[in-house]
Design a protein around this ligand. Sequence first.
Ligand SMILES: [Zn+2]
Length: 172
Amino acid sequence: MLDDKNQGLPARFDPQVLAECNLALTGQVSVAAMSRLKHAAVSIRSDAEIDLNFSRGSVGHCKVDGEIICTVGLRCDRCLDELEVCLRPIVKLILIQDHAANLGQTESYDLYEYSGKNIKLTEFVEDELLLAFPLAPKHKEISLCNQDVVAWLATCCRPEDNTRNPFAKLRY
Ligand SMILES: [Zn+2]
């Protein structure tokens, strides 16, 4: 786990070639080189499991359908302790090189624009994982939070205590 080799997967891929042959990229992608992911999370607890299936869309464009799974540690918005979050973005993308391309009806697919011939697999997976971050991660139940912080919050945020509310003066 967490080594820098992607087992059996290419470092870069040409989506056009994969789509032409209806190929899939399936396996484990190392998170070792994903510096943006490392910066955004408190910890990274697994490599990324990917299952990406390439095909041609109705007007010949390149589609990818699949899923990525990676477990990270994030800071709880309520108690600030670390909590484990399984990022599981569903991938439904149309990969394009020219933003002005005529794609016809794109259904529920998002667009992923790339330049050059190939896409770096690590960067592609990292992009999708970053988009799957929850906006305000929290422990599922308040009982799972750090109880010292929960007790402290209960003493300083009593709803009847309007004098501590900076907006209390604004009331008529
Ligand atoms: Zn918490």
